[in-house]
Design a protein around this ligand. Structure first.
Ligand code: TXA
Ligand code: MG
Length: 324
């Protein structure tokens, strides 16, 4: 038996970023902040490193990974852009948008990381630490969210170590993530771009740039998913959730939004002002905190289904789904 790796927690300064780039080059696993959620990076071309990444997350190996890259030039070496992809990249990169594109023949991402698909999910994160790490490493990286499979995504370094301590080599601590929900995923494989996952970039902004509505993605089948991470209970906390709750009941914790009713149980407010951007940034940390309070039932107030509300409601619906 090999010893478990010690997980180093490093400040996201120049020395920490250099150490993380070296770690990736040596086939290690390094978690780093992006503006959406923390990612768990591995050298995309190193099949063994990718295999260790799946093992560390406890992720089913059929689930393909996102390849973050530093800029559009690097993205072009990985994926093949059509006109819609060009327009979206020009408008929203760097930022919380992932594009699914046909892969370049020599894209540098191992087949294991692509789960054998001939498409690849690419993202240019805006976070300065992610940018510096990707530039410092120099080659393609793969980075799913830095949580155990099935847990909510991490929006702080402490969330990452709570889930993955002893299973990965290092964590760069860059403070809390500003967006707080994962990137919006748009497929540019078919005739019309399709929304595969609502996320940190609102659908409305994308449709404005495209000049037409996003196509609806085919509903992923459990055994042949389009975005295989989108299984129904993927974001499950331990407590069960009651959505669109009017008044909280006795014995429930309350996840509030806007003006909250007075409640004797544990209460956290996603945004007392009713701001969806603030609510997205708080979503996963508040879910974790209510879970950690020992609450077995969480009542969640209604979140408006517009802008970032679409992504928030998507994650809440998954968190509320029956656990497998
Ligand atoms: O904000 C984010 O996107 C974060 C940060 C770290 O970049 N990453 C993230 O990755 O959320 P992950 O692995 O937790 O979710 C990636 C999603 C999964 O649902 C996966 O199935 C889907 O992207 N995906 C990856 N490649 C795909 C492909 N070729 N076609 C369709 N879906 C794909
Ligand atoms: Mg994830």
């Amino acid at each position: 038996m090999t010893a478990e790796p010690r997980t180093q927690l490093l400040a996201a300064d120049a020395a920490g970023i250099t150490a993380a780039a070296r770690c990736l080059a040596a086939g290690g696993l390094a978690a780093f902040p992006t503006e959406t959620v923390y990612g768990l990076g591995a050298d995309a071309g190193n099949g063994e490193a990718v295999a260790r990444l799946y093992a560390a997350k406890g992720r089913p190996a059929f689930n393909p990974l996102i390849a973050p890259v530093a800029d559009l030039a690097a993205a072009r070496r990985v994926g093949i852009f059509n006109d819609d992809a060009e327009r979206l990249a020009a408008a929203f990169w760097p930022g919380p948008l992932t594009l699914v594109l046909p892969k370049q023949p020599d894209c540098g991402v191992s087949d294991l990381a692509l789960a054998g698909l001939d498409s690849v999910a690419i993202r240019v994160p805006a976070h300065p630490v992610a940018q510096a790490l990707l530039k410092g490493f120099g080659g393609p990286v793969v980075a799913p969210s830095a949580n155990r499979s099935g847990h909510v995504s991490p929006t702080s370094a402490a969330h990452v170590t709570g889930d993955l301590r002893g299973r990965i080599d290092l964590v760069l601590d860059g403070g809390p993530c500003m967006v707080g929900v994962e990137s919006t995923i748009v497929s540019c494989l078919g005739a019309a771009p399709a929304l595969l996952r609502p996320g940190g970039l609102p659908r409305e902004a994308i449709e404005q740039v495209l000049g037409r509505p996003l196509a609806l993605a085919a509903v992923p089948e459990a055994d042949a998913p389009i975005a295989p991470g989108m299984t129904s209970s993927h974001y499950a906390p331990k407590a069960d959730l009651r959505l669109n709750a009017g008044a909280p009941r006795a014995g429930e914790a309350l996840l509030a939004f806007g003006a909250a009713p007075t409640h004797a149980g544990a209460t956290l407010n996603l945004s007392p002002e009713g701001d969806l951007v603030e609510a997205a940034a708080n979503l996963f940390s508040h879910l974790r905190a209510l879970d950690a309070s020992g609450a077995r039932h969480i009542a969640v107030m209604t979140i408006p289904h517009e802008g970032l509300g679409e992504a928030i409601n998507d994650r809440l619906a998954r968190a509320a789904a029956p656990k497998p």
